[in-house]
Design a protein around this ligand. Structure first.
Ligand SMILES: Cc1ncc(COP(=O)(O)O)c(C=O)c1O
Length: 397
Protein backbone atom coordinates (compact mmCIF):
# COMPACT_ATOMS: atom_id res chain seq x y z
CA UNK A 1 0.00 0.00 0.00
CA UNK A 2 1.37 3.38 -1.02
CA UNK A 3 2.20 5.68 1.84
CA UNK A 4 0.81 9.17 1.41
CA UNK A 5 3.66 11.64 1.74
CA UNK A 6 3.12 13.69 4.83
CA UNK A 7 2.28 17.30 4.06
CA UNK A 8 4.78 19.45 5.91
CA UNK A 9 3.25 22.24 7.93
CA UNK A 10 6.09 24.71 8.19
CA UNK A 11 4.00 27.23 10.08
CA UNK A 12 4.30 25.05 13.18
CA UNK A 13 8.01 25.89 13.13
CA UNK A 14 7.64 29.64 12.86
CA UNK A 15 8.72 31.69 15.87
CA UNK A 16 5.92 33.44 17.75
CA UNK A 17 7.32 36.86 16.78
CA UNK A 18 6.60 36.16 13.10
CA UNK A 19 2.86 35.70 13.66
CA UNK A 20 0.52 38.54 12.87
CA UNK A 21 1.46 42.07 13.69
CA UNK A 22 2.75 44.92 11.59
CA UNK A 23 2.72 44.78 7.85
CA UNK A 24 -0.16 42.39 7.42
CA UNK A 25 -2.22 43.36 4.44
CA UNK A 26 0.28 45.92 3.30
CA UNK A 27 2.26 43.47 1.21
CA UNK A 28 -0.89 42.73 -0.77
CA UNK A 29 -1.47 46.40 -1.44
CA UNK A 30 2.12 46.90 -2.51
CA UNK A 31 1.90 43.87 -4.80
CA UNK A 32 -1.31 45.13 -6.41
CA UNK A 33 0.20 48.57 -6.68
CA UNK A 34 2.83 47.11 -8.99
CA UNK A 35 0.25 46.24 -11.66
CA UNK A 36 0.92 48.00 -14.94
CA UNK A 37 -2.32 49.91 -15.29
CA UNK A 38 -2.21 51.17 -11.71
CA UNK A 39 -0.84 54.61 -10.84
CA UNK A 40 1.03 53.94 -7.65
CA UNK A 41 1.34 56.40 -4.78
CA UNK A 42 1.99 53.46 -2.48
CA UNK A 43 5.74 52.85 -2.00
CA UNK A 44 8.17 55.39 -0.56
CA UNK A 45 10.54 54.90 -3.47
CA UNK A 46 12.96 57.50 -4.83
CA UNK A 47 12.31 58.71 -8.35
CA UNK A 48 14.56 56.87 -10.79
CA UNK A 49 15.16 60.15 -12.65
CA UNK A 50 17.39 61.14 -9.69
CA UNK A 51 19.68 58.12 -10.01
CA UNK A 52 23.28 58.63 -11.12
CA UNK A 53 24.19 57.66 -14.65
CA UNK A 54 27.50 57.26 -16.44
CA UNK A 55 29.59 58.70 -13.61
CA UNK A 56 28.99 55.51 -11.65
CA UNK A 57 30.22 53.37 -14.53
CA UNK A 58 33.35 55.47 -14.72
CA UNK A 59 34.07 55.22 -11.00
CA UNK A 60 33.48 51.46 -10.98
CA UNK A 61 35.89 51.03 -13.87
CA UNK A 62 38.51 53.13 -12.08
CA UNK A 63 38.05 51.10 -8.91
CA UNK A 64 38.48 47.86 -10.83
CA UNK A 65 41.56 49.04 -12.73
CA UNK A 66 43.35 50.64 -9.81
CA UNK A 67 44.58 47.37 -8.31
CA UNK A 68 43.10 48.32 -4.93
CA UNK A 69 41.52 45.25 -3.35
CA UNK A 70 39.38 47.13 -0.81
CA UNK A 71 36.20 47.41 -2.91
CA UNK A 72 36.18 43.65 -3.43
CA UNK A 73 37.28 42.47 0.00
CA UNK A 74 35.34 42.12 3.26
CA UNK A 75 35.24 45.42 5.09
CA UNK A 76 35.67 46.13 8.80
CA UNK A 77 32.29 45.74 10.56
CA UNK A 78 32.01 49.47 11.27
CA UNK A 79 32.87 50.34 7.65
CA UNK A 80 35.99 51.07 5.59
CA UNK A 81 38.00 54.02 6.98
CA UNK A 82 37.76 56.20 3.82
CA UNK A 83 33.98 55.96 3.39
CA UNK A 84 33.52 56.44 7.14
CA UNK A 85 35.63 59.62 6.99
CA UNK A 86 33.49 60.82 4.11
CA UNK A 87 30.26 60.25 6.04
CA UNK A 88 31.81 61.91 9.13
CA UNK A 89 32.62 64.94 6.94
CA UNK A 90 28.98 65.12 5.88
CA UNK A 91 27.72 64.84 9.45
CA UNK A 92 30.14 67.58 10.51
CA UNK A 93 28.21 70.00 8.30
CA UNK A 94 25.36 69.75 10.81
CA UNK A 95 27.09 69.46 14.17
CA UNK A 96 30.14 68.13 15.98
CA UNK A 97 32.18 65.64 13.96
CA UNK A 98 31.61 62.09 15.25
CA UNK A 99 34.80 60.65 16.75
CA UNK A 100 36.29 57.38 15.49
CA UNK A 101 34.04 55.11 17.59
CA UNK A 102 30.90 57.20 17.24
CA UNK A 103 29.99 56.34 13.65
CA UNK A 104 29.44 53.10 11.76
CA UNK A 105 28.24 52.30 8.26
CA UNK A 106 25.24 50.02 7.93
CA UNK A 107 23.37 48.23 5.16
CA UNK A 108 20.71 50.93 5.02
CA UNK A 109 18.88 52.74 7.80
CA UNK A 110 16.58 49.80 8.36
CA UNK A 111 19.61 47.75 9.40
CA UNK A 112 20.61 50.46 11.88
CA UNK A 113 17.13 50.11 13.47
CA UNK A 114 17.39 46.34 13.43
CA UNK A 115 20.76 46.58 15.21
CA UNK A 116 19.25 48.90 17.82
CA UNK A 117 16.58 46.26 18.42
CA UNK A 118 19.11 43.47 18.60
CA UNK A 119 21.53 45.30 20.87
CA UNK A 120 19.05 47.00 23.23
CA UNK A 121 15.64 45.36 23.27
CA UNK A 122 14.75 42.43 25.50
CA UNK A 123 11.37 40.76 25.23
CA UNK A 124 8.69 43.02 26.70
CA UNK A 125 10.88 46.15 26.83
CA UNK A 126 8.92 49.30 26.20
CA UNK A 127 9.75 51.19 22.99
CA UNK A 128 7.98 54.38 21.94
CA UNK A 129 7.41 55.36 18.34
CA UNK A 130 5.41 58.12 16.71
CA UNK A 131 1.77 57.47 15.90
CA UNK A 132 1.82 57.18 12.92
CA UNK A 133 5.35 56.03 12.05
CA UNK A 134 7.46 54.16 9.49
CA UNK A 135 6.25 50.60 9.23
CA UNK A 136 9.79 49.22 8.89
CA UNK A 137 10.64 50.61 12.32
CA UNK A 138 7.56 49.06 13.93
CA UNK A 139 8.56 45.74 12.42
CA UNK A 140 12.22 46.09 13.48
CA UNK A 141 11.30 46.68 17.13
CA UNK A 142 8.47 44.16 17.24
CA UNK A 143 10.71 41.48 15.78
CA UNK A 144 12.70 41.70 19.03
CA UNK A 145 9.43 41.39 20.95
CA UNK A 146 9.39 44.96 22.25
CA UNK A 147 6.15 46.33 23.69
CA UNK A 148 5.79 49.14 21.15
CA UNK A 149 3.60 52.13 21.98
CA UNK A 150 2.69 55.19 19.92
CA UNK A 151 2.91 58.87 20.86
CA UNK A 152 0.77 61.20 18.72
CA UNK A 153 2.07 63.48 16.01
CA UNK A 154 0.56 66.80 14.88
CA UNK A 155 1.50 69.52 12.37
CA UNK A 156 4.67 70.29 14.38
CA UNK A 157 5.78 66.67 14.64
CA UNK A 158 5.90 64.53 17.77
CA UNK A 159 3.64 65.80 20.59
CA UNK A 160 6.42 66.29 23.13
CA UNK A 161 4.01 67.42 25.88
CA UNK A 162 2.10 64.15 25.56
CA UNK A 163 5.40 62.25 25.68
CA UNK A 164 6.22 64.09 28.90
CA UNK A 165 2.92 62.98 30.47
CA UNK A 166 3.59 59.38 29.42
CA UNK A 167 7.09 59.45 30.86
CA UNK A 168 5.77 60.82 34.15
CA UNK A 169 3.22 57.97 34.34
CA UNK A 170 5.72 55.18 33.58
CA UNK A 171 6.69 52.42 33.04
CA UNK A 172 9.94 53.78 31.64
CA UNK A 173 10.57 53.09 27.96
CA UNK A 174 14.08 52.20 26.81
CA UNK A 175 13.98 54.36 23.75
CA UNK A 176 11.92 56.61 21.54
CA UNK A 177 12.14 56.36 17.77
CA UNK A 178 11.38 59.56 15.86
CA UNK A 179 11.58 60.87 12.29
CA UNK A 180 11.94 64.63 12.84
CA UNK A 181 12.13 65.71 9.19
CA UNK A 182 9.29 65.19 6.66
CA UNK A 183 8.05 62.25 8.63
CA UNK A 184 6.99 58.98 7.05
CA UNK A 185 3.99 58.79 6.67
CA UNK A 186 2.71 62.19 7.85
CA UNK A 187 5.13 64.50 5.99
CA UNK A 188 5.42 66.78 9.06
CA UNK A 189 8.57 68.23 10.64
CA UNK A 190 9.43 68.60 14.32
CA UNK A 191 9.57 72.29 15.28
CA UNK A 192 12.83 73.76 16.64
CA UNK A 193 11.23 74.40 20.07
CA UNK A 194 10.05 70.82 20.35
CA UNK A 195 13.51 69.56 19.40
CA UNK A 196 15.00 71.42 22.37
CA UNK A 197 12.31 70.15 24.75
CA UNK A 198 12.62 66.60 23.49
CA UNK A 199 16.36 66.47 24.12
CA UNK A 200 15.91 68.03 27.59
CA UNK A 201 13.22 65.46 28.37
CA UNK A 202 15.43 62.59 27.22
CA UNK A 203 18.20 63.81 29.49
CA UNK A 204 15.87 64.08 32.48
CA UNK A 205 14.47 60.59 31.99
CA UNK A 206 17.56 58.73 30.77
CA UNK A 207 15.69 58.00 27.53
CA UNK A 208 17.55 57.16 24.34
CA UNK A 209 16.29 59.05 21.27
CA UNK A 210 16.71 57.21 17.99
CA UNK A 211 16.59 59.89 15.29
CA UNK A 212 15.87 58.73 11.73
CA UNK A 213 17.01 61.35 9.21
CA UNK A 214 16.04 59.41 6.06
CA UNK A 215 14.49 62.43 4.25
CA UNK A 216 16.34 65.29 5.93
CA UNK A 217 18.52 66.22 2.98
CA UNK A 218 15.51 66.38 0.69
CA UNK A 219 14.26 69.70 2.05
CA UNK A 220 13.06 71.86 -0.78
CA UNK A 221 12.22 75.06 1.07
CA UNK A 222 12.87 76.83 4.35
CA UNK A 223 15.61 76.51 6.93
CA UNK A 224 16.83 73.28 8.50
CA UNK A 225 16.12 73.05 12.22
CA UNK A 226 19.06 71.43 14.05
CA UNK A 227 19.33 67.65 14.14
CA UNK A 228 18.55 65.99 17.45
CA UNK A 229 22.05 64.50 17.32
CA UNK A 230 23.63 67.96 17.25
CA UNK A 231 21.44 69.11 20.16
CA UNK A 232 21.95 66.01 22.28
CA UNK A 233 24.96 63.93 21.24
CA UNK A 234 24.84 62.33 24.72
CA UNK A 235 21.25 61.00 24.35
CA UNK A 236 20.73 60.58 20.59
CA UNK A 237 21.55 57.80 18.19
CA UNK A 238 21.07 58.92 14.60
CA UNK A 239 20.15 56.49 11.82
CA UNK A 240 20.66 57.72 8.27
CA UNK A 241 20.50 56.38 4.75
CA UNK A 242 21.82 57.00 1.26
CA UNK A 243 18.77 55.26 -0.25
CA UNK A 244 16.83 58.47 -0.88
CA UNK A 245 19.80 60.62 -1.90
CA UNK A 246 22.18 58.28 -3.80
CA UNK A 247 20.17 55.15 -4.64
CA UNK A 248 18.69 52.23 -2.67
CA UNK A 249 20.48 49.61 -4.76
CA UNK A 250 23.65 50.49 -2.88
CA UNK A 251 22.05 49.60 0.52
CA UNK A 252 24.09 52.00 2.61
CA UNK A 253 23.30 53.94 5.73
CA UNK A 254 24.87 54.90 9.03
CA UNK A 255 24.42 54.97 12.78
CA UNK A 256 26.03 57.79 14.77
CA UNK A 257 25.88 58.49 18.47
CA UNK A 258 27.52 57.75 21.83
CA UNK A 259 30.58 55.51 21.39
CA UNK A 260 29.43 52.88 23.87
CA UNK A 261 26.18 52.41 21.97
CA UNK A 262 27.76 52.35 18.54
CA UNK A 263 30.22 49.71 19.81
CA UNK A 264 27.25 47.53 20.83
CA UNK A 265 25.67 47.94 17.38
CA UNK A 266 28.97 46.96 15.76
CA UNK A 267 28.94 43.89 17.96
CA UNK A 268 25.37 43.11 16.82
CA UNK A 269 26.33 43.56 13.17
CA UNK A 270 29.10 40.97 13.40
CA UNK A 271 26.58 38.18 13.12
CA UNK A 272 24.03 39.79 10.86
CA UNK A 273 25.86 40.69 7.64
CA UNK A 274 29.26 41.33 9.25
CA UNK A 275 29.85 44.39 7.10
CA UNK A 276 28.05 46.60 4.58
CA UNK A 277 29.22 45.83 1.01
CA UNK A 278 32.66 47.31 0.42
CA UNK A 279 32.03 48.03 -3.26
CA UNK A 280 29.10 50.28 -2.44
CA UNK A 281 31.08 51.98 0.31
CA UNK A 282 33.99 52.81 -2.00
CA UNK A 283 31.62 53.90 -4.76
CA UNK A 284 29.84 56.28 -2.40
CA UNK A 285 33.14 57.68 -1.16
CA UNK A 286 34.52 58.35 -4.66
CA UNK A 287 31.22 59.71 -5.95
CA UNK A 288 30.80 61.94 -2.91
CA UNK A 289 34.40 63.21 -2.85
CA UNK A 290 33.98 64.42 -6.43
CA UNK A 291 31.01 66.55 -5.39
CA UNK A 292 28.62 64.39 -7.38
CA UNK A 293 26.38 63.43 -4.46
CA UNK A 294 25.75 67.06 -3.55
CA UNK A 295 24.90 67.79 -7.20
CA UNK A 296 22.56 64.80 -7.30
CA UNK A 297 20.82 65.94 -4.11
CA UNK A 298 20.30 69.47 -5.55
CA UNK A 299 18.70 67.97 -8.65
CA UNK A 300 16.59 65.59 -6.58
CA UNK A 301 15.24 68.46 -4.48
CA UNK A 302 13.95 70.08 -7.67
CA UNK A 303 12.33 66.85 -8.80
CA UNK A 304 10.53 66.38 -5.48
CA UNK A 305 9.61 70.04 -5.02
CA UNK A 306 7.93 70.03 -8.39
CA UNK A 307 6.10 66.78 -7.56
CA UNK A 308 4.97 68.17 -4.22
CA UNK A 309 3.63 71.29 -5.99
CA UNK A 310 1.75 69.20 -8.54
CA UNK A 311 0.32 66.97 -5.79
CA UNK A 312 -0.80 69.94 -3.67
CA UNK A 313 -2.49 71.75 -6.52
CA UNK A 314 -4.13 68.55 -7.81
CA UNK A 315 -5.44 67.83 -4.29
CA UNK A 316 -6.89 71.37 -4.12
CA UNK A 317 -8.62 70.95 -7.47
CA UNK A 318 -9.77 67.34 -7.35
CA UNK A 319 -10.25 66.56 -3.66
CA UNK A 320 -10.99 69.99 -2.19
CA UNK A 321 -13.42 69.70 0.70
CA UNK A 322 -13.35 65.90 0.62
CA UNK A 323 -10.28 65.69 2.87
CA UNK A 324 -7.50 67.64 4.58
CA UNK A 325 -3.83 66.94 3.98
CA UNK A 326 -0.37 67.92 5.21
CA UNK A 327 1.90 70.33 3.27
CA UNK A 328 5.39 68.82 3.39
CA UNK A 329 8.45 71.06 2.92
CA UNK A 330 10.55 68.07 1.92
CA UNK A 331 10.52 64.31 1.57
CA UNK A 332 8.04 62.10 -0.28
CA UNK A 333 4.72 62.04 1.59
CA UNK A 334 1.46 63.77 2.26
CA UNK A 335 -1.04 62.38 4.76
CA UNK A 336 -4.74 62.73 4.16
CA UNK A 337 -7.48 62.88 6.77
CA UNK A 338 -10.79 61.71 5.31
CA UNK A 339 -14.44 61.76 6.31
CA UNK A 340 -14.63 58.03 5.73
CA UNK A 341 -12.73 54.78 6.24
CA UNK A 342 -9.21 54.90 4.74
CA UNK A 343 -9.02 51.18 3.95
CA UNK A 344 -12.34 51.34 2.08
CA UNK A 345 -11.11 54.35 0.08
CA UNK A 346 -7.80 52.60 -0.68
CA UNK A 347 -9.79 49.59 -1.94
CA UNK A 348 -12.04 51.69 -4.17
CA UNK A 349 -9.05 53.71 -5.38
CA UNK A 350 -7.30 50.53 -6.44
CA UNK A 351 -10.36 49.53 -8.47
CA UNK A 352 -10.13 52.95 -10.10
CA UNK A 353 -6.45 52.29 -10.90
CA UNK A 354 -4.67 54.28 -8.21
CA UNK A 355 -2.80 52.81 -5.24
CA UNK A 356 -2.54 54.58 -1.90
CA UNK A 357 -1.71 53.12 1.50
CA UNK A 358 -4.44 53.14 4.18
CA UNK A 359 -3.44 54.73 7.49
CA UNK A 360 -3.91 51.86 9.93
CA UNK A 361 -0.65 49.91 9.38
CA UNK A 362 1.35 52.99 10.43
CA UNK A 363 -0.03 52.71 13.96
CA UNK A 364 0.84 50.09 16.56
CA UNK A 365 -2.58 50.33 18.18
CA UNK A 366 -5.79 52.06 17.17
CA UNK A 367 -5.49 55.00 14.79
CA UNK A 368 -5.29 55.83 11.13
CA UNK A 369 -8.78 54.50 10.36
CA UNK A 370 -9.61 57.69 8.44
CA UNK A 371 -6.22 58.31 6.87
CA UNK A 372 -4.37 57.45 3.70
CA UNK A 373 -0.78 58.13 2.70
CA UNK A 374 0.14 59.45 -0.71
CA UNK A 375 3.74 59.12 -1.84
CA UNK A 376 4.27 61.62 -4.65
CA UNK A 377 7.95 60.84 -5.19
CA UNK A 378 7.80 58.33 -7.97
CA UNK A 379 5.01 59.09 -10.43
CA UNK A 380 5.50 61.39 -13.42
CA UNK A 381 3.77 64.78 -13.15
CA UNK A 382 1.07 63.65 -15.59
CA UNK A 383 0.37 60.45 -13.69
CA UNK A 384 0.38 62.33 -10.42
CA UNK A 385 -2.28 64.67 -11.75
CA UNK A 386 -4.31 61.81 -13.24
CA UNK A 387 -4.00 59.63 -10.12
CA UNK A 388 -5.20 62.41 -7.82
CA UNK A 389 -8.08 63.17 -10.21
CA UNK A 390 -9.11 59.49 -9.93
CA UNK A 391 -8.80 59.65 -6.15
CA UNK A 392 -10.99 62.77 -6.15
CA UNK A 393 -13.67 60.89 -8.08
CA UNK A 394 -13.47 57.96 -5.66
CA UNK A 395 -13.85 60.29 -2.66
CA UNK A 396 -16.80 61.99 -4.31
CA UNK A 397 -18.66 58.72 -4.80
C1 LIG B 1 11.73 56.84 7.73
C2 LIG B 1 12.48 55.81 6.98
N1 LIG B 1 13.58 55.26 7.51
C3 LIG B 1 14.29 54.33 6.85
C4 LIG B 1 13.92 53.89 5.60
C5 LIG B 1 14.69 52.79 4.94
O1 LIG B 1 15.94 53.19 4.57
P1 LIG B 1 16.97 52.15 3.97
O2 LIG B 1 16.64 51.96 2.54
O3 LIG B 1 18.26 52.84 4.15
O4 LIG B 1 16.90 50.91 4.76
C6 LIG B 1 12.79 54.42 5.00
C7 LIG B 1 12.40 53.95 3.67
O5 LIG B 1 11.27 53.81 3.31
C8 LIG B 1 12.05 55.39 5.71
O6 LIG B 1 10.92 55.90 5.20
Amino acid sequence: MAVEPEVRRWDALFAARTRGGAGEGLLEILALAGAEDVISFAGGFPNSATFPGASVAEILRELAERGDASPFQYAPTNGLPGPREYVADRLEREGPRPAEGELMLTSGAIEALELVGKALVDKGDRVLVEAPTYLGAIMAFQSFEAAVDGVPVDEEGLAVDELERRLARGPAPKLLYTIPDFQNPAGVTLSPERRESLVALARRHGLLLVEDVAYRELRYEGEHPPTLLSLGPDVVLQAGTFSKTFFPGVRLGWAAGPGELVAKLVWAKQNTDQCAGALGQRLLEEYGRRGLLDEQISRAREVYRSRRNTAMSALERHVGEGATWTHPAGGFFTWLELDEDGAAVAGRALEAGVAVVPGKPFFVAAGGERNIRISYSQASEERLEEGIARLGRVLGE
